[in-house]
Design a protein around this ligand. Structure first.
Ligand SMILES: Cc1cc2nc3c(=O)[nH]c(=O)nc-3n(C[C@H](O)[C@H](O)[C@H](O)COP(=O)(O)OP(=O)(O)OC[C@H]3O[C@@H](n4cnc5c(N)ncnc54)[C@H](O)[C@@H]3O)c2cc1C
Length: 341
C-alpha cells in the first residue's frame, strides 16, 4: 500500500527523471557527432524506460494521474517513434522530406487531470511549466491547447515537440487576469484539464527559408517546430527567429536557442531584441535593440530573404501581427499568424 510519503517521493523522482531525460534529448539534438548522438540516444531510451515505469506506478497509485480517469498509461516515446507515427514520410534517422507540411494528427485525447511535474519561474510574471503527457495525446508542432483550472479555460501554445514525454507551456501572467492569477499559484502536483489541440502555426517544409517573428511567449510554437525539425533530422532549412521583449530577462528560452544556433548555424539564426534598452533592468544588454516589427525590414535585407523562397510567421499580440503584416505584405511575403488576443 503506497503511503503519501511514497507518492511524494515517487513524484519527485519522476520529475527529476523527466528533467534528466529532457537534458539528454537537448544534448542529443544539439550534437554534431554521429557516434555521440547514438550513444546519447541509447541513454535516452534507457532513461525513458525507467521514467515510464515510475510514471506507470504513480498513475496506478496516485489520484492526480490521468490513469485515475480510466486511461491506460503509454510508455514515453522513444526517439523517432512519434514522428513515424504522426507523420508519414520523414523518418527520425535523418532523412528529409522537403515538401512536408505538418499535418493535424488524426487522434487527440483530452485529459481531466494532467499532472504538473515541473515549474520554472523566468520572472515574477513569466513561468514555464510541464505537465505529464497523456499517452494518447497527439498534436502537431505549433499547435495550442485549452488548459483548464477550476471553471476557467484559456488557450496556450505547446512549447514541447511531439516526441517529448511531457507538454510544456510558457505563460505570461497578466496581472488581474483570471487564469493568470490561478497559474501564479500553480505547484508541482496540481492538475489541469487539457482540451484537444487546435490550429496553430504549421511549418511548411516546402519553403527553404523561414522568418519567425515573436514577442516574448509568442516564441512557443517556434520552439516546438524547431525541436521537432531537429529531432527528425530536418536540417536543410534556414530559420531566422526574431524574438522581441521589453526586458532581457524575458527571453525564457535564450540559452536553448543560443546553444542550438551555435550548434546548427546553417539552420538557425536567433535574434533576441529588447525594446527598452535604457531601463535599468536592461543594464549590460549588448544585443539588438528595438521592436521586432520595426526591425523586420532590416532583417530581410541582412539575411537576403525574398518572398519567392521565404515563408514568414508571426506570433503574439494582434498589434504586433498587424504591424509586421504592414511591412511584409506590400513586399509580397506570405505571412502565417497566431494571435494571442
Ligand atoms: C491560440 C492562443 C494561444 C495562446 N498561447 C499563449 C501562450 O502560449 N502563452 C501565453 O502567455 N498566453 C497565450 N495566450 C493568451 C491566453 O490564452 C490568455 O488570454 C492569457 O493568459 C490571459 O488570460 P487571463 O485569464 O489571465 O486574463 P483574462 O481574465 O482573460 O483578462 C484579459 C486581460 O484583461 C486584464 N485584466 C483582467 N482583469 C483585470 C483586473 N481586475 N485588473 C487589471 N487587468 C485585468 C488582464 O491583465 C488580461 O490582460 C494564447 C491565446 C490564444 C488565443
Amino acid at each position: 500500500m503506497a503511503t503519501e510519503t511514497d507518492l511524494s517521493r515517487g513524484r519527485q523522482v519522476a520529475r527529476q527523471a523527466l528533467v534528466e531525460l529532457d537534458d539528454v534529448s537537448q544534448r542529443q539534438v544539439a550534437c554534431g557527432d554521429d557516434n555521440l548522438r547514438s550513444t546519447l540516444q541509447a541513454i535516452g531510451q534507457r532513461k525513458s524506460g525507467q521514467a515510464w515505469r515510475l510514471l506507470a506506478w504513480l498513475q496506478q497509485h496516485d489520484g492526480h494521474m490521468p490513469a485515475s480517469q480510466g486511461q491506460q498509461p503509454t510508455a514515453p516515446r522513444q526517439p523517432g517513434e512519434a514522428a513515424a507515427a504522426a507523420e508519414p514520410g520523414p523518418s527520425a534517422s535523418g532523412s528529409e522530406s522537403p515538401d512536408s507540411v505538418t499535418d493535424t494528427p488524426h487522434a487527440a485525447a483530452t485529459a481531466d487531470a494532467a499532472l504538473v511535474i515541473e515549474r520554472r519561474d523566468v520572472t515574477p510574471d513569466l513561468i514555464v511549466f510541464r505537465v505529464a503527457r497523456p499517452g494518447d495525446f497527439e498534436f502537431s508542432p505549433g499547435q495550442s491547447v485549452k488548459l483548464g483550472l477550476g471553471d476557467i479555460r484559456r488557450s496556450y501554445s505547446i512549447v514541447s515537440a511531439p516526441h517529448e514525454a511531457f507538454l510544456e507551456f510558457f505563460v505570461e501572467l497578466a496581472p488581474g487576469g483570471q487564469m493568470s492569477e490561478q497559474l501564479r499559484r500553480l505547484q508541482v502536483g496540481d492538475t489541469l484539464t487539457l482540451g484537444p489541440p487546435k490550429g496553430g502555426l504549421r511549418f511548411d517544409g516546402r519553403m527553404p527559408n523561414h522568418l519567425m517573428i515573436a514577442t516574448v511567449t509568442g516564441i512557443n510554437p517556434f520552439i516546438s517546430i524547431l525541436r521537432d525539425c531537429l529531432h527528425r533530422g530536418q536540417r536543410a532549412h534556414r530559420m531566422v527567429l526574431m524574438q522581441g521583449a521589453s526586458y532581457q530577462d524575458e527571453f525564457g528560452y535564450r540559452q536553448e536557442l543560443e546553444a542550438l544556433a551555435a550548434a546548427h548555424p546553417d539552420l538557425l539564426t536567433y535574434l533576441p531584441t529588447v525594446s527598452r534598452p535604457d531601463e535599468a533592468r536592461n543594464q549590460g544588454w549588448t544585443g539588438v535593440t528595438g521592436r521586432v516589427d520595426t526591425l523586420v525590414e532590416e532583417v530581410l535585407t541582412h539575411h537576403g530573404l525574398e518572398p519567392r523562397d521565404t515563408l514568414a510567421y508571426a506570433c503574439g499580440h494582434s498589434g504586433m501581427l498587424e504591424s509586421v503584416a504592414g511591412h511584409l505584405h506590400p513586399r509580397g511575403f506570405r505571412l502565417e499568424t497566431e494571435s494571442y488576443d
